[in-house]
Design a protein around this ligand. Sequence first.
Ligand SMILES: Cc1cc2nc3c(=O)[nH]c(=O)nc-3n(C[C@H](O)[C@H](O)[C@H](O)COP(=O)(O)O)c2cc1C
Length: 401
Amino acid sequence: MLKPIQIKEDLYYIGVNDRTKALFENLWPLPKGVSYNSYLILDEKTALFDTVDVCYSDVFFQKLETALNGRPLDYLVINHMEPDHSGSLGLLRSKYPNVEIVGNKRTADMIAGFYNITDNIKIIGDKEELPLGKHNLVFYLTPMVHWPETMMTYDTTDKILFSGDAFGTFGTIDGGITDRQLYPERYYDEMIRYYSNVVGKFGSPVQKALEKLSDLEIDYICSTHGPTWTIPEQIQKVISIYDKLSKYEGDEGVVIVYGSMYGNTEQMAETIAHELAMQGIKEVIMHNASKRAHSYIIRDIFKYKGLIIGSPTYNNRLFPEISAILEKIEERDMKNRYLSYFGSFTWAGAAVKRIGNFAESTNFEIIGEPVEMKQSMNIPVYEACVKLGKAMADRLIQDRK
Ligand SMILES: Cc1cc2nc3c(=O)[nH]c(=O)nc-3n(C[C@H](O)[C@H](O)[C@H](O)COP(=O)(O)O)c2cc1C
C-alpha cells in the first residue's frame, strides 16, 4: 500500500492479513485466515499500538513508514505480548532505536525474556495517563484476558479503546477495516470461536475487565484481530457477546458430540437428536468428533446450553477423540450446562462409566439416565435414547418460562 489506511483523523491502520497460516497457535483452524492489527496515532507525539507476527514484518514496516511520512516514532504501546502481536518488536527497535516502549511490569519482564530488550521502557500502572498532545491515553490493566500482562488502552479524546485480543475475531479483514465498510455479521461466529478456543478459560477475568471498562464511553473498539468496531449497535453487540460468553450463558439448543468407528454409537446419537426435534428443539448440532475440528465443537458448546456426549469403549477407555474433547471442556472450566451421555461396548463397557466420572468432576446439571448399549441398537436401547432426548428437551423447555 503506497498510501496509509486512515480510520479517522489522526488514527491509521497498520495491520496485516494472514491468509497462509493453517492453524492459529498451531491448534485452531484458520479457513478464513486471520488479521494481526496494529494502529498508529499521529499527534504531537506518535504512538503505535502493538506490532504484528514477524512473518509479516516487511508489509508492516512499509505501512508504518508510509503513515509516519518521515516523522519519528515516539511510543510503542504493548497491550499484549503474545508473539502474533509482539513478533516484530525486536526489528522495530532496530529500525526505530529511540522508540519508548510502554507497558506494565509484567510486559517488561516478557520483553526482556523474549526480545532481550531492557532499556527505554516506560512502565505504567493501572489507570496511569500518557498525553500525546491532543490525545490522552489511559491504561487499564486487565490481567488474564488472556495472559497476565494483558491491558487495554483508552484514548479519552476520541473515545477509542485499543482492546488487545478482546473483541477480536478469526478471519481476515477483506477490503474494509471498520464495521461500516463490511458485513459485520460475518464475524460473529468467528468471534465466538476465537473467544471459546483462546480466551474461554478466563471467564472471571473477562467479567472483571468488562466491569472495569463499564463506565467508559466507547466510540471505537480497535482490537488486535478482525474489524474495528465503530457502529454503536455493533459495539453493544460485541460487548454483549463477551459478557454472555464469559458468564458461560448458552442459548436454547443441544450439541451432540459423539465418537463412532462403525456407526452403532452414531445410531444412538441420531435417535436422541430426532427426539429432541420431535419435542420442539430446533437447534440440534451434531458433531462427529473424529471429523469435525474440535475448535468448532468447543465454539458450539459455548453457544448452547445442552450438551450430550457419546462414546464407544476403546481399549477399556473412552474413544480417543472424545477423551480429547472432554479435556478441552475441563480446561475451559465450562459452567452452566445441562449434560446427558451415552456409550457402547462389545465385551466390557468403560465409556459410560468414564463419561460419568467426567460428569461428576463438573458442576453441570445431569439430565436423564445415561444409556449404555452392548454391540448394536435394540428396542430397549432405542427407547432409552428417546427417553434421554425427551428429558433434555423438557429441561430446556422449562427454561422458556
Ligand atoms: C480398537 C478397538 C478397541 C476396542 N476396545 C473395546 C474394549 O476395550 N471393550 C469393549 O467392550 N469393546 C471394545 N471395542 C468394541 C467397541 O467398543 C464396540 O464395538 C462399539 O460398540 C463400537 O461402536 P461403533 O460402531 O459406534 O464404532 C473396541 C473396538 C475397537 C475397534
